[in-house]
Design a protein around this ligand. Structure first.
Ligand SMILES: NC(=O)C1=CN([C@@H]2O[C@H](COP(=O)(O)OP(=O)(O)OC[C@H]3O[C@@H](n4cnc5c(N)ncnc54)[C@H](O)[C@@H]3O)[C@@H](O)[C@H]2O)C=CC1
Ligand SMILES: O=C(O)[C@@H]1CCC=N1
Length: 269
């Protein structure tokens, strides 16, 4: 793609997208402009990736064809509002902020602006992201294809209606955090069993990745795949029984429901 890509804000998530995009070879580093208020951080990104360091958010807005707003939700509307007059007519603005609706973005940017609300996740950094994309009515099918291509260059991406955004945050945007906790807890137990810590993380993480791949690639029901592991009278069913007794599934469901509720709350405040 020869479009110019801009990042206003580039912390955990912006860097995951930037890193994924560059690793995919889809966009050359020379076609990427980044601004954050900390010049040291932008310089570090320039050294690591070879991107252009912008002096201001307005500079990014002037140059880029596609501008990522990758700042925290509480400053997103202010930051985008301040660069609005620097954007070109056809620039596509992609906000990745949790809880910031297309409607509020249009209020900050004007109702004639092409805007996409996207919800990526940090595994973008290792080419395994999952992103939802919700365009407003002004975004053309070509713009949508560009956005899908960008996000698919480092994982999977689906266009969804804005009503799906809260489940997306719950099951994907925020989900890596719960999975990391699961991996950490399994590894702690393996360490308790005498395994060196580094090896414990490797075994636990590979088990999670392989299991996820089985769900994605076999098309089999997760319950069926679980049953395949549980030998009669074996070790796994002992662990499964404890997880059921401790309310593992209910805890996960409740956590995701809380996450969705917070996403909805952010959208209203
Ligand atoms: N971290 C995650 O896993 C995910 C985060 N998001 C969304 O991504 C957005 C960013 O989150 P993180 O990357 O985690 O936050 P972060 O705090 O790591 O990064 C924020 C970035 O914005 C910059 N910044 C702060 N004020 C600014 C300003 N006035 N102008 C320009 N840049 C400014 C900071 O220097 C930093 O580079 C949030 O809106 C969040 O909802 C979405 C999906 C997943
Ligand atoms: O915790 C958050 O608010 C952001 C949105 C999805 C993941 N991190």
């Amino acid at each position: 793609m020869d479009k110019k890509i801009g990042f206003i804000g580039c912390g955990n998530m912006g860097k995951a997208i930037l890193g994924g995009l560059i690793a995919s070879g889809q966009v050359l580093p020379g076609n990427i402009w980044v601004y954050t208020p900390s010049p040291d951080k932008v310089d570090a990104l320039r050294e690591q990736y070879g991107i252009n360091a912008a002096q201001s958010a307005q500079e990014v807005a002037q140059i880029a064809d596609i501008v990522f707003g990758a700042v925290k939700p509480n400053v997103m509307l202010k930051v985008l509002g301040e660069v609005n007059s620097s954007l070109n007519k056809d620039t596509v603005v992609i906000s990745i902020a949790a809880g910031i609706t297309l409607d509020s973005l249009a209020k900050a940017l004007g109702h004639d602006r092409k805007i996409i609300r996207a919800m990526p996740n940090t595994p973008a950094l290792v080419n395994a992201g999952m992103t939802s994309i919700t365009p407003n009515a002004l975004v053309t099918s070509e713009d949508i294809a560009d956005a899908v291509n960008i996000f698919r260059s480092f994982g999977l991406a689906e266009v969804v209606s804005e009503t799906m955004i809260h489940p997306v945050v719950g099951v994907s945007g925020s989900a890596p955090a719960y999975v990391f906790m699961f991996i950490e807890a399994m590894a702690d137990a393996a360490v308790l069993g005498g395994m060196p810590r580094k090896q414990a993380y490797q075994f636990a993480a590979q088990a999670v990745m392989g299991s996820a791949k089985m769900v994605l690639e076999t098309g089999q029901h997760p319950g069926e795949l679980k049953d395949m592991v549980c030998s009669p009278g074996g070790t796994t069913i002992e662990a499964v029984k404890v997880l059921e007794e401790k309310g593992f599934r209910a805890a996960v469901m409740e956590a995701v429901v809380k996450c969705m509720a917070k996403s909805e709350h952010l959208g209203k405040s």
